[in-house]
Design a protein around this ligand. Structure first.
Ligand code: SF4
Length: 129
């Protein structure tokens, strides 16, 4: 099991090998491989720095991202839109739930301020387009 902040449930669905630096990408590769390929793999949702943040150059300290207000907003909206709580989930099950209720409007509401949103595969993968 590993810890994920709520909006990383969305980022991990679109990840395709690009990130902030080499360390970030190496860790992201390992994490995403487990999430996508280990049956029943569990994640603990935390509104805090998570297993991706700790290898990110934007993490300035415990629960402090260089774009803190922005990422806190992504987290809050992800929880609100998909009914996600700070607890454990089977990754494949929560992803299935997200994909079953996601719409273009919901994705745009959560993610329009993200610089990755126009270029990442997240939107396409989540909306199955
Ligand atoms: S530190 Fe900020 S930019 Fe880096 S992974 Fe965490 S939330 Fe994303």
């Amino acid at each position: 099991m590993l810890e994920l902040r709520p909006h990383h449930l969305l980022c991990t669905q679109g990840y395709s090998g690009k990130g902030y630096n080499e360390e970030f990408v190496e860790n992201m590769n390992e994490v995403v491989d487990k999430l996508r390929n280990v049956p029943g793999f569990r994640v603990k949702i935390v509104c805090d720095s998570d297993n991706l943040c700790i290898h990110c150059p934007n993490m300035l300290g415990p629960n402090l991202c260089a774009t803190q207000d922005k990422v806190a907003g992504f987290d809050r909206k992800t929880m609100e839109v998909f009914g996600i709580e700070e607890k454990e989930y089977v990754y494949s099950e929560i992803v299935e739930h997200i994909r079953s209720v996601a719409t273009e409007e919901k994705m745009s509401y959560i993610c329009s301020e993200c610089s990755w949103y126009p270029i990442s595969a997240c939107r396409r993968n989540i909306l199955n387009k």
